[in-house]
Design a protein around this ligand. Structure first.
Ligand code: GRF
Length: 196
């Protein structure tokens, strides 16, 4: 059984999809804990599924390093096989990435390397892109730069608004996330072989 710690910042709709998948005894993964960098709305999903939560707000620590150390400790306490950034809107500190190297995945609402960063949906629309997408990638110390695990293209319907496009992308992200984690749990997808 693949054990997971998920980190979120927002509404947690991707987290919700994963919690629902993990609720099926035939699904090969379990979420051990959900952490957030703010009192995120999405934590309610974890509570509903009886999954423990932790909130570590960087602004409440005297230094970024202190926050990073406690974040790492809180993740490692649950001994996860995998850490899933499911809408965690903060750059993971380098010491956390190094300590968990090869075990952290992120979901991103664009076809990386196009449109990295926090406003990928808005940036794709502003650039007049006709195609965007959803990406799952391994996390390295850069911003959305790690090796791609899975991508799916999405055509932009003319006149679509940013919230509409984001919803369209999230629908794809959820399926992709549940599928990729299933494959990792079943041993069909080996993160150690991604990007090689
Ligand atoms: C997703 O689109 C994800 O790609 C991005 O943040 C969004 C999170 O949405 N990093 P939700 O909180 O899962 O609804």
């Amino acid at each position: 059984m693949l054990t997971i710690v998920a980190l979120i910042s927002g509404s947690g709709s991707n987290l919700r999809a994963l919690l629902e998948a993990c609720d099926n005894p035939l699904y090969p993964a379990k979420i051990r804990a959900v952490g957030a960098d703010r009192p995120a709305e999405g934590l309610e999903h974890a509570e509903l599924f009886g999954v423990s939560t932790f909130v570590l707000e960087p602004g409440k620590f005297s230094s970024k390093d202190q926050w990073a150390d406690l974040l790492l400790h809180s993740i490692q306490y649950h001994k996860p096989d995998l850490v899933v950034l499911a809408g965690f809107m903060r750059i993971l500190p380098p010491q956390v990435v190094r300590a968990l190297a090869g075990k952290i995945i992120n979901i991103h609402p664009s076809l990386l390397p196009a449109f990295p960063g926090a406003h990928a949906v808005r940036d794709a629309l502003a650039a007049g892109a006709t195609v965007t997408g959803a990406t799952i990638h391994l996390v390295d110390e850069g911003v959305d730069t790690g090796p791609v695990i899975r991508q799916q293209e999405i055509s932009l319907p003319p006149g679509i608004t940013e919230p509409e496009l984001h919803e369209l992308i999230k629908a794809v992200e959820k399926k992709q996330l549940v599928e990729v984690i299933r494959e990792i749990g079943e041993g069909k997808l080996k993160l150690s072989e991604v990007g090689k």
